[in-house]
Design a protein around this ligand. Structure first.
Ligand SMILES: [Zn+2]
Ligand SMILES: [Zn+2]
Length: 394
């Protein structure tokens, strides 16, 4: 368990928050930045993807730069990774330098300190190392890159001839896929992250964050009369809180509340088919799925006469992407409790909270997904922030 996770606030009792930092596909627009989203888990923040200018978006959001502990990269297309180096420099005091003859204190970086963690496919480590090397960027805290290697990748090595930098921890793992998934690439006593490949135009990864079982909510009034009557020490409440049963001196058996499943969030990168995620994505509380292209005749003005749902889907898939209907169908297939779409073409505005025309377009995209999903679907906009609570107990 890392030091950061040991000091995490108890997240079982707090919401998990998701903040969309960027929701554009290939081209950013005036209302949508490149891909990135922040997940707040207690006091930690984890980023998923880090497109260009993510650092700027963090500054505009309610996410605190200093709390970012990990970044998970879905794939190395620029719109998902170009912001990683500036973010690293920002989080790890990597800006500036010293003139000849002046010692830079960052040369003393202690690689035994807990590193800032980056997860991603093959090439992530080489990309970070190259960019830091050639921009002469020194970091005051160590970082580490763990790579999720596909079966067709080299399973060992760093994929670069550049020397490891002083700030790069040597503990970076090359994690092999086993039975089609990368299980528990990160795990502490409350949270785990697993991953699976998803189909795109380049190697791409979907991630699942799973919270461990959560203790049930205890109602002390239910137990105290029996505990007092039998002069049982009050510390049995601890056992009951853990869901255990306790036999009192007069034979009465008290049963603690049933624990409930923790929350599960599935975050996909770009994809035209995320079905390899199914084993690790079932019953997600939230699925975040891309919906790059949609067919909206009569709603989006520059729709071509010969466009059809089928032709738009075909074009989207040929480029490695999905339509809202595809996202809705996948959400239904995994039994997701909620679905949010992201990664929109520059044609689709991101200011639907203030512009009625934009709202008509984005509502229409959500409705296309909802037809397949069977429930309302939200479209993400930049800096949108949502809390994920517990599902009501059935
Ligand atoms: Zn993309
Ligand atoms: Zn891509």
């Amino acid at each position: 368990m890392s030091e950061a996770s040991a000091s995490r606030l108890p997240i079982h009792s707090s919401p998990i928050n998701v903040t969309f930092l960027g929701t554009a596909s290939a081209m950013p627009s005036s209302t949508r930045n490149h891909s990135a989203l922040a997940v707040r888990l207690g006091s930690d923040v984890w980023l998923f993807d880090c497109g260009e200018a993510t650092q700027h978006q963090v500054q505009k959001s309610n996410v605190k730069m200093g709390k970012i502990e990990k970044v998970f990269i879905t794939h190395t297309h620029g719109d998902h990774i170009f912001g990683l180096i500036p973010l690293l420099a920002g989080c790890l005091n990597g800006a500036g330098g010293t003139a000849d003859g002046i010692e830079d204190p960052r040369k003393e970086v202690n690689v035994n300190d807990p590193p800032f963690e980056i997860y991603g496919p093959l090439g992530t480590r080489a990309y970070v190392r190259s960019a830091l090397t050639y921009t002469h960027t020194m970091l005051s805290r160590p970082y580490v890159v763990h790579e999720l290697r596909f079966p067709s990748d080299p399973q060992n090595g760093d994929h670069t001839n550049l020397w490891r930098l002083r700030s790069e921890s040597p503990t970076g793992r090359n994690i092999p896929q086993v039975d089609g998934v990368w299980s528990d690439v990160y795990k502490d006593n409350i949270l785990s992250v697993s991953a699976a490949p998803i189909y795109h135009s380049v190697p791409c990864i979907g991630y699942t964050i799973t919270e461990s079982v959560v203790p049930g909510k205890i109602d002390p009034k239910k137990y105290i009369p029996d505990i007092k009557r039998t002069n049982t020490p009050m510390n049995v409440m601890r056992l009951l809180q853990a869901g255990e049963s306790v036999r009192l001196s007069d034979g009465t058996v008290l049963q603690g509340p049933k624990p409930r499943n923790g929350r599960k969030i599935v975050i996909l990168g770009d994809t035209y088919d995320p079905s390899p995620m199914i084993p690790i994505a079932q019953d997600a509380d939230l699925l975040i799925h891309e919906a790059t292209n949609a067919h909206l005749p009569g709603i989006v003005p520059n729709t071509r006469d010969d466009d059809t749902f089928e032709s738009i889907q075909r074009t989207a898939m040929e480029r490695g992407h999905s339509t809202p209907q595809m996202a809705g169908a996948f959400a239904k297939r995994i039994g997701a409790a909620s679905l949010i779409l992201n990664h929109f073409s520059a044609r689709y505005p991101g200011n639907d909270n203030v512009d009625p025309e934009a709202k008509i377009i984005m509502d229409a995209i959500g409705n296309l997904a909802a037809i397949e999903y069977g429930k309302p679907v939200a479209c993400a906009r930049d800096l949108m922030s949502i809390d994920i609570g517990f599902r009501a107990i059935e």
